[in-house]
Design a binder for this molecule. Sequence first.
Ligand SMILES: Cc1cc2nc3c(=O)[nH]c(=O)nc-3n(C[C@H](O)[C@H](O)[C@H](O)COP(=O)(O)OP(=O)(O)OC[C@H]3O[C@@H](n4cnc5c(N)ncnc54)[C@H](O)[C@@H]3O)c2cc1C
Length: 400
Amino acid sequence: MKQRILIIGSGFAGMWAAVSAARVADLQGASGLEIAVISPKPEMGVRPRFYEANVRTLTADLRPLFAALTIRHIAGSVESIDAAGHKVDIMSETGERQTLAYDRLIVAAGSHLRPAGAAGIAEYTFNIDSMDAAARLETHLQQLTQQPASDARNTVVVCGGGFTGIELATELPGRLQSLFGDDTKIKVIVVERGDRIGGRYSQAMREVISEASAALGVEWRLNSSVESVDASGVLLTSGERINAATVVWTAGVTASGLGTDLKGERDAQGRFVVTPLLQLPDYPDIYATGDMAHAKTDDLGNTALMTCQHAIQLGKFAGHNAAASLLGAETLPYRQEKYVTCLDLGTWGAVYTEGWDQQLKLVRDEAKTLKTAITHELIYPPAANREAAFAAADPLAKFV
Ligand SMILES: Cc1cc2nc3c(=O)[nH]c(=O)nc-3n(C[C@H](O)[C@H](O)[C@H](O)COP(=O)(O)OP(=O)(O)OC[C@H]3O[C@@H](n4cnc5c(N)ncnc54)[C@H](O)[C@@H]3O)c2cc1C
């Protein structure tokens, strides 16, 4: 009987895991290995671009790539993992169930916004965590153009001043201006619990974020938390009320809850703490990767972040190791010593840093050119060509 590697998720990590596993099978001449990816659709949502307009276009069709590499796609969502029985339960979009056995399982189901506690968040806030959510925000902003101009219509409150919040807030003045007209007075306000703009970044990066915010007119409310949200705006715990037709929640991400019943340690973000080969310590035939893996990147104490930069490499190592362990090839402990940050800052430009201490390397237009190259090319799937895809899927090939 054919051996099977099952991969849950077709995001950055799942897609690269499949290509990397196919590469090992090719190198080993193992035509009998089935590589199957389970996800709702045979596509990869380009989540790092979900703050942009035209969000429905920000997806990559994986069918040509999977066809070229003989990777099977199974449309559906995994509902449960039976680790003892080595099988998963899958539900299709039309409600049909099936159970599929695996020899190796790679869990790459990603992450989502952590539900927040304040009143009104579920009912009245938008978010850009998924394609559908970002599309709802886009439709809402377009519909606002039909409403008479008012301060509230022209105001967007972005809750959370982390990476996603900053990229969205600095993108919005340009987006709103093109929707409402250049003469309209736009207001974008970031509500942030911390006491500094760009609090968890290096000082050099924080200064750039502050400069860009000031130039774009993006206001920050620091040391501020949301008390409640309603149809006409936000009440902060300080007592300040901000009237706004649009409130976007960006704070707090947690790993997919898939496999919560499996034994083993999870970190504060809900990620599986994995071995150097990215296995679950209690289940050597199950690998966790991408936003679902808490993995050491080096010997200096750094761990992978929930970024596509890490998800891509984690995916390549997980796919390699799952296939190598089945086919008797050499496995590779995950390492990713280089770390860069490239933050979009709307029409002002961008900022690019290198290292975990975030040393400033590029700002404004130069950084923007790099950011565009990263988000429009580098993070997209490889061409549907065996040679090119396998070269890119080598976990030891240069990445960033
Ligand atoms: C708005 C936004 C901006 C971001 N900006 C950046 C950035 O600038 N730089 C950066 O490096 N990172 C950025 N990130 C983070 C980056 O997008 C994630 O780290 C990355 O998507 C993680 O990849 P992944 O493959 O682990 O998960 P995902 O990309 O989330 O993919 C998960 C996959 O699993 C599937 N899935 C989920 N549950 C199931 C199930 N039960 N059964 C089957 N399939 C399932 C999904 O459909 C999807 O195909 C951003 C994220 C967001 C939301």
